[in-house]
Design a binder for this molecule. Structure first.
Ligand SMILES: NC(=O)c1ccc[n+]([C@@H]2O[C@H](COP(=O)([O-])OP(=O)(O)OC[C@H]3O[C@@H](n4cnc5c(N)ncnc54)[C@H](OP(=O)(O)O)[C@@H]3O)[C@@H](O)[C@H]2O)c1
Length: 282
């Protein structure tokens, strides 16, 4: 039995769909906080169980009989470690044989503040003694392509990443990798650094939007403070805007670049080029 915790989210849905291509539906559990958001998975024959990272009792019941568990990191930045700790404790109590965790690219040396909660989680997994595999995911291409319409409208991409090289991949790419790892043997102890095959700068990203849309789009590099201020102006809550600004500055130090090609090796194809993701959005 393979369970996906956080299956109601965007990555989680894609992981379950990728698993459905590899194992029968009756071997998959979608462990979710919001059960109604997994009705579509239930309709595909997947067992849906209530699992809230802040309610340990739900976790204990959700992981009963589970052999392999994917812990998809919570989206509640700042509250993630205690939530993940509860999942790890419940997985241990349930006798889970393999715990996979969606961490961040090179968590142990990453300059991004986001890495702190991931490292705390990785360390707690190691202390737990549960056989584990780390999926250190790089940035989603969607983090950038969600801004394509606005970039076309304003003729500009804004950021503070300078000439950072961004080796992004789509959620679909990362999801297929997670499903593969959950169905392969001998994964305990492995650490995957997962990133896209092609890296791009935000100047190249703006040019790719211009090429695909036929509209002039340029990259405007701001100071971290100005970029965070801009994000707040357009409605991003202050603490999260600060995390995004820090991530771009961390990218400028190499934090979101990788050329190990471990993701494409796992999924057996090249990762989705950013130009394709831009075209899909347009
Ligand atoms: N690599 C990147 O570029 C990147 C970008 C953004 C996020 N992330 C990380 O990757 C994760 C997955 O990404 P995503 O795009 O799928 O995010 P998402 O669509 O926002 O999904 C987040 C998932 O976390 C679940 N969750 C939050 N709090 C929970 C709790 N207390 N108990 C159980 N589940 C809880 C949500 O459940 P509900 O459906 O009930 O809300 C949802 O299923 C994120 O949570 C975040 O940690 C990575």
């Amino acid at each position: 039995m393979i369970a996906v915790a956080g299956a109601s989210g965007q990555l989680g849905h894609l992981v379950v769909d990728a698993l459905l291509n590899l194992v029968p539906a009756n071997q998959i559990v979608a462990a979710v906080r919001t059960v109604a958001k997994a009705d579509d998975l239930k309709a595909k024959g997947v067992e849906v169980r209530h699992a809230d990272y802040t309610q340990p009792d739900t976790l204990k019941a959700a992981f009963a009989g589970v052999d392999k568990l994917l812990l998809i990191s919570s989206d509640q930045v700042g509250q993630r470690f205690p939530q993940h700790k509860a999942v790890i404790d419940a997985a241990k109590a349930a006798g889970v044989q393999l715990l996979a965790y969606t961490s961040i690219l090179r968590a142990d040396s990453s300059p991004l503040v986001l890495a702190e909660e991931h490292i705390a989680t990785e360390n707690y997994i190691a202390e737990s003694g549960i056989p584990a595999v780390l999926l250190r995911n790089g940035w989603y291409s969607e983090n950038y392509t969600m801004g394509v319409a606005s970039a076309v409208e304003h003729g500009a991409v804004f950021g503070c990443a300078g000439d950072a090289r961004l080796a992004t991949a789509t959620r679909q790419d990362y999801a297929e990798a997670a499903a593969k790892v959950l169905t392969l043997d001998n994964q305990a102890g492995k650490v995957y650094e997962l990133a896209g095959d092609e890296a791009f700068t935000l100047t190249q990203f703006a040019q790719a939007i211009a090429d695909a849309s036929g509209k002039a789009v340029e990259y405007r590099n701001l100071s971290e403070a100005d970029y965070v201020g801009l994000l707040e102006q357009v409605g991003v809550p202050g603490p999260f805007a600060a995390v995004l600004g820090n991530s771009e500055t961390g990218a400028a130090k190499g934090g979101l670049f990788d050329d190990g090609h471990q993701l494409s090796a796992l999924i057996g194809r090249t990762t989705t080029p950013i130009a394709d993701s831009i075209k899909a959005v347009l």
